[in-house]
Design a protein around this ligand. Structure first.
Ligand SMILES: [Zn+2]
Length: 92
């Protein structure tokens, strides 16, 4: 996956309430205890990151990454948490 050196994602069940970290997330936003969400961790450009996303945003992210890296041959897809802004800039 491009410049990402290390990456993991895990679907887990929330034990307590979390918030989806995608800024454009409108429908789910709050991840309630008992709901599944995706925990992402990785190193990108030498920086460690981790994030929590609701299942819907995780799916959007993966589809956007596949689209831009596989179909368009780009090095990178949208940044975590900034999916909508990134898409607006890149889909003009
Ligand atoms: Zn979300």
């Amino acid at each position: 996956m491009g410049k990402v050196d290390f990456y993991s994602n895990k679907t887990v069940t929330a034990r307590r309430q979390h918030e989806c970290e995608e800024a454009g997330c409108v429908r789910t936003k709050v991840i309630r205890p008992g709901q599944q969400y995706v925990r992402l961790a990785g190193v990108s450009h030498g920086d460690f990151y981790n994030a929590k996303l609701c299942l819907r945003c995780d799916r959007m992210h993966r589809q956007a990454w596949n689209f831009f890296t596989d179909l368009c041959g780009e090095d990178e897809g949208p940044p975590l948490g900034g999916l909508l802004g990134w898409l607006k800039e890149n889909l003009r």
